[in-house]
Write a protein that binds this ligand. Structure first.
Ligand code: ADP
Ligand code: MG
Length: 480
């Protein structure tokens, strides 16, 4: 999972967990508190009722207490209110239809209060709250309020629902804010990491001039600085290696050419008549020298490609003639292995403006690989045109290449580790790196399609009319 995704999940999870846990605690607490508050309100209400009733008895004026009771009957939580006036010995119950109910006649001490749950004749559960009123003369009255437990519970639920809604709103806002913050934080972390990753990719392609720019004082900054110093070190090593290789190849090339010329002279009899044995040994010397010279030439080509010193000489290339030539050259070798080697022409006439030597070297390297890595079956060269490009396909029915190596085989010296029976095959791992370097110097591309044991197809695409702006596109040092 990407870092940004992880941040989103962990932030979201954290916010949900915190708010969820907080909410549960809060919900329990709030419920308890609301209940307590309701009870306190009930006591307060009863006290006010008692005060109004006392006034009514003392002043012989019951307007205030009746108003109080009428008002109370409008409160949905109150089922009824009752008042017993000891002076008139009258009992008032509002709403009047509750007058018949067997009310709780208080047996409380003077001024005492009491509570009780009862069920009315219509089935309503009521919670009674009673206060006794004492007037000096020994006569006592009382006030009584019947609360609906259901309504009180409903009110508490409503209140809780309002809080719940508010908490949900807070939750959503915090969640969104959390995500915005995590997005910002992850960008802050991920952006420089992406730069370093891109740098790694470029280094992998051999572009050792690409340092990453991360100006930070933290650990990521340290990583970027370490990365840069590693790239500089690599570049230094690469230059040393390049100088060494080109020096050595020059030093080796000259004496080898001299050896081959001398061997050729002797073979031509210019040093006197040779015995059969001498001729045989001379042939061995000459063949091995030719092989070494080929290898050194490859090394030199790679060095030239890396130094961006490949300078194509442009002219009209008769593609079919050159490919025919190569096919003839390799026919004996293919035949010896029992392979059929064919050249197929898909387009009527393929004209190409390119560099002949480079074109031949590209085709030859691919063709020799195809024959080398094929045990039975065929090798087929196809030429066609596609979107104004020349397309050369080299297809074989050989051992194939595991896709994990497709990006690596174009690196110099890279060779796929082969099973035992193929291990002794000749080669230095330079062929495909030269193909890639030359193709890109000619403004083209090369790709491979292959799977283990499924044969391979190498596709080279070259512009028929090279565009100067596409020239030397990828050859600026580093492996090709
Ligand atoms: N046609 C092919 N079929 C199978 N493997 C191939 C083919 N062409 C190239 N390869 C693999 O790619 C590697 C690199 O090729 P190349 O650079 O030409 O080196 P070399 O031919 O000297 O081994 C080869 O060693 C081989 O493992
Ligand atoms: Mg090769």
């Amino acid at each position: 999972m990407k870092l940004t995704g992880r941040f989103f999940l962990s932030h979201g999870g954290l916010v949900l967990f915190t708010l969820g846990a907080g909410f549960l605690l809060f919900y329990g607490g709030a419920r308890f508190e609301l209940k307590r508050q309701a009870e306190a309100d009930q006591k307060q209400y009863l006290a006010s009722f008692a005060l109004a009733a006392r006034e009514a008895v003392v002043q012989r004026e019951d307007v205030a207490v009746l108003n109080f009771m009428r008002l109370a009957s409008k409160n949905p939580a109150i089922v009824f209110t009752a008042f017993f006036n000891p002076t008139t010995r009258s009992r008032v119950v509002l709403p009047i239809n509750y007058g018949k109910e067997p009310l709780l006649v208080p047996t409380l001490s003077a001024g005492g209060t009491g509570t009780k749950n009862i069920r009315l004749s219509d089935g309503t559960e009521v919670f009674l709250s009673v206060q006794k009123l004492n007037f000096g003369s020994g006569s006592s009255g009382w006030v009584e309020i019947g609360y609906s437990g259901l309504e009180i519970e409903k009110e508490i639920q409503n209140q809780l629902q309002r809080w719940l809604n508010l908490s949900l709103l807070t939750l959503s806002v915090t969640l969104i804010l959390g995500w915005v913050v995590s997005w910002l934080v992850s960008r802050h972390l991920v952006d420089p990491l992406k730069k370093i990753r891109e740098g790694t990719r470029l280094v992998r392609q051999g572009k050792l001039d690409s340092l990453v720019e991360v100006n930070r004082a933290d650990e990521i900054g340290d990583l970027a600085r370490d990365f840069n110093s590693m790239v500089l070190q690599l570049k230094e090593l690469d230059e040393m290696k390049r100088d060494f290789v080109s020096g050595v190849t020059h030093d080796l090339g000259t004496p080898l050419h001299a050896i081959r010329s001398a061997a050729n002279f002797l073979q031509e009899g210019k040093g006197g008549v040779l015995t059969d044995k001498q001729g045989e040994y001379l042939l061995m010397i000459s063949n091995n020298t030719t092989h070494l010279i080929g290898f050194i030439n490859n090394l030199l080509t790679v060095a030239r490609i890396e130094a961006a010193k490949v300078d194509p000489y442009l002219e009209a290339v008769d593609v079919m003639t050159h490919l025919n030539d190569l096919v003839t050259l390799y026919q004996t070798q293919a035949h010896a292995k029992g392979l059929t080697l064919t050249l197929v022409k898909k387009a009527p006439y393929v004209s190409l403006i390119s560099d002949v030597t480079m074109f031949r070297q590209i085709a030859q390297n691919l063709l020799s690989n195809a024959i080398k890595f094929t045990v039975t079956g065929s090798v087929e060269l196809t030429v066609s045109e596609e979107n104004g490009d020349m397309l050369l396909k080299v297809r074989d029915t050989g051992i194939g290449i595991d896709p994990q190596y497709h990006a690596l085989i174009f690196d110099k010296f890279f060779r796929v580790k082969q099973p035992k029976e193929f291990q002794t095959r000749e080669g230095s791992g330079l062929g495909l790196s030269i193909v890639k370097g030359l193709v890109s110097a000619l403004g083209g591309t090369v790709e491979v399609e292959s799977g283990l044991g499924q044969g391979s197809v190498f596709k080279v695409r070259l512009p028929k009319q090279p565009d100067p702006s596409r020239w030397y596109p990828a050859v600026s040092g580093g492996p090709v």
